[in-house]
Design a protein. Structure first.
Length: 208
């Protein structure tokens, strides 16, 4: 089935930072931040490193929920593994984030195990490519917009441009390194418009 996830601010093949909620075999809830990619025709994809609770729960239960939110505390508490019970609700036998602007429940269809490539860290841990089908989409807030981190990197580069022109060499190298890293991220996660904007910004840095 085709889903129009543009209502959630989600475009096909781009990456969005979301909160993934899962249940263990024993029904213990877990929430963590992970990237989601919509592949079209109801198919979604995420990549999870070996060793996380989320991965174990997904391997055991073959289902998960993706909560679309831009709540800074939900991201932080989920990442620091201290999201309290009051943040959870339940739907369709799944743990979800209470009052989240939107959520997607996913049935896992296929899992591939790979050695990691194209990531900025060295790790011996395998990465699990998880392919699933959307079971259900719920929108609680029509203004929902999934978070794409390309925009954060672009804005940081724009802010630093005026500083880049006036600082010493060591600081310039620091700004350039950040810009190169943000360009790498944008190439991986963002839309054409953001990639185009970043290319223009990079050219401007190179002139100075
Ligand atoms: C915004 C954000 C996005 C993340 N995306 C991923 C991802 O796509 N894949 C991954 O393996 N880890 C990702 N992480 C790191 C995991 O959240 C982290 O490994 C976490 O400790 C796993 O927790 P768990 O053991 O409760 O599942 C991300 C972290 C943040 C803050």
């Amino acid at each position: 089935m085709e889903y129009d996830l543009s209502k959630l601010g989600i475009e096909k093949d781009l990456h969005y930072e979301c909160i993934t909620t899962t249940l263990s075999k024993n029904g213990i809830r877990n929430a963590e931040a992970f990237s989601l990619v919509y592949l079209g025709k109801g198919n979604v994809h995420c990549q999870i490193f070996e060793g996380s609770k989320t991965l174990k729960n997904i391997l055991d239960t073959k289902e998960y929920a993706v909560n679309i939110t831009q709540d800074p505390l939900v991201f932080t508490y989920a990442t620091l593994d201290c999201l309290g019970d009051e943040y959870y609700a339940e739907d369709d036998g799944m743990a979800i984030i209470k009052d989240t602007p939107s959520y997607i429940i996913v049935d896992v269809e296929d899992i591939e195990v790979k050695t990691p490539e194209d990531i900025p860290i060295k790790s011996d841990n395998n990465i699990y490519l998880i392919y699933g089908k959307i079971r259900k989409v719920v929108i609680n807030d029509e203004s929902v917009k999934a978070y794409n981190r390309g925009m954060s990197g672009l804005i940081e580069g724009l802010v630093n441009l005026s500083r880049y022109k006036i600082v010493d060499d060591a600081k310039r190298q620091e700004y350039m390194a950040k810009l190169i890293e943000n360009q790498r991220i944008i190439e991986k996660v963002s839309d054409k418009k953001t990639k185009n904007a970043m290319a223009k910004l990079m050219a401007e840095y190179e002139k100075n």
